[in-house]
Design a protein around this ligand. Structure first.
Ligand code: GRF
Length: 187
C-alpha cells in the first residue's frame, strides 16, 4: 500500500507514521509527503528521513482552481492507494475527492461531528465539554465531514489550555492514525 501524506505544519503525526514504517510495524510505503506552503517542519523532517517531498504553494496560484489542479496532479503522480491529510489545513476541490474517492483520509483533533474546522481544540475547550478526542475519517469536500472510520475520546482536565489539551489529543491521534493505516494495509 502506497500513501501520500499532506501536511501544513509540524507533521508530528506524520513522524509517528514515518517511525512506524521504519521500525517495520506499519507495512506500507510513504510514496511522498506534500505541503501547501514552503518551509514546513513536516516536509523538512520527511526530506531528512529520505522521503520524496513536494510543495504546491497555495500563494503561488492566482486562481484557486489552478492550485486545485496542481495539487491533484502532484499527488496523482505518486499513484497512491491512500492520501492522508495529517494537519493539512486546506479543503480540497471536488475533483480531488472524485480522484481519490474513498481513499482520502483526514485526522481531526475533536470528536466529529462536534467542533469541525481549524480550531477544534479551542472550540471544545471554550464550549466546556468534559470529553473531546480525535477522529480519523474519509474526507469529502466539506470541512471535516465524511464517513467516520475511528475515534478516541480524551478527557478535558481542570486547568487545561488549548496547548496542553492538543498535546494529549495528538498522542491519541497518532495511535489512532497508525491503527487505521495498519488495518487498511491489512496488518
Ligand atoms: C493535528 O491535531 C491535526 O488533527 C490538526 O493539526 C494537528 C497537526 O499536527 N489538524 P502535526 O502537524 O501532525 O504536528
Amino acid at each position: 500500500m502506497r500513501i501520500v501524506v499532506l501536511v501544513s505544519g509540524t507533521g508530528s503525526n506524520l513522524q509517528a507514521v514515518i517511525d512506524a514504517v521504519d521500525s517495520g510495524s506499519l507495512p506500507l510505503e510513504i510514496a511522498a509527503v506534500g505541503a501547501d506552503r514552503h518551509h514546513t517542519l513536516g516536509v523538512e523532517r520527511s526530506a531528512a528521513a529520505g522521503l520524496e517531498t513536494f510543495v504546491v504553494n497555495f500563494k503561488d496560484y492566482a486562481q484557486r482552481s489552478d492550485w486545485d489542479a496542481a495539487l491533484l496532479s502532484a499527488v496523482a503522480a505518486h499513484q497512491p492507494d491512500y492520501v492522508v491529510s495529517s494537519g493539512f489545513m486546506r479543503i480540497v476541490a471536488p475533483t480531488f475527492i472524485d480522484a481519490f474517492s474513498g481513499r482520502y483520509i483526514n485526522t481531526h483533533p475533536a470528536l466529529l461531528p462536534a467542533f469541525p474546522g481549524a480550531h477544534g481544540v479551542r472550540d471544545a475547550l471554550a464550549y466546556g465539554v468534559k470529553v473531546t478526542g480525535c477522529t480519523v475519517h474519509y474526507a469529502d469536500a466539506g470541512v471535516d465531514t465524511g464517513p467516520i472510520i475511528a475515534q478516541t475520546p480524551v478527557a478535558v482536565l481542570p486547568g487545561d489550555t488549548e496547548e496542553s489539551l492538543h498535546e494529549r489529543i495528538k498522542i491519541a491521534e497518532r495511535e489512532l492514525l497508525l491503527e487505521v493505516l495498519g488495518s487498511l494495509a491489512g496488518a
